[in-house]
Design a protein around this ligand. Sequence first.
Ligand SMILES: [Zn+2]
Length: 236
Amino acid sequence: MMRERLALLFQVQRQDRAISELSARLERLAARRRELEERIDQRRAELAEKRRALDDLRRESHRRNDEVDSLDYQMRNYEKQLRESIMSYREMEALKEKLDWTRRRMEELADGAIGLMNEIEAKEKQLAGEAEALSAWERGMREEIDRVAQETAARQAELERARERRAELAAQVERHLLEQYERLMRDYRYDEPIARVEGDSCSGCKMWLSENTRDRVREGRELVVCENCHRILYWE
Ligand SMILES: [Zn+2]
């Protein structure tokens, strides 16, 4: 009887629907996982950028401290010359002027250097706090990723079972019938190539079916297709 053969094909279609829904679900899960991982990477990159900026500040601080040291050395050198060298009054005045300028410059730089060191210290504290917050946040994100991975594994197993079941069922369906079904799927891109008779219409395209067509489907002796959409008609 065509009806029994179609009932089997109808089960193939159920498995195909399940397979396609599971595949879509798996794609969404993969996208979700990528999104979570990208967010982690982004936050980490932001923190790394702040650390690089802090390193730049540290280098700048060293440079200024070196400059202060070198001015300090110069100043002591001028002082020593004033104490120990024999020089004219004009030379002495000039040297004193240089000494004053160097002292002022050094004091200015020293103030700036201290300000910078304070700024670095504050930023170090801030970054330590941010790093701590980030790892707490990341632990939560990793848990979410684990949940996604678990669901992925479960759905993957379901998908494999559905594929196996589909293969088992399809093996029992008459070859030309299965080919027709798959052709409709491929050529018309139908998710459900088998349509039911719903009232007096085709469940696929909703078009009215003649009484004769409906009778032939109900009798279930032969293969009947919808004249409008070519779906295989099935009487449930
Ligand atoms: Zn139809």
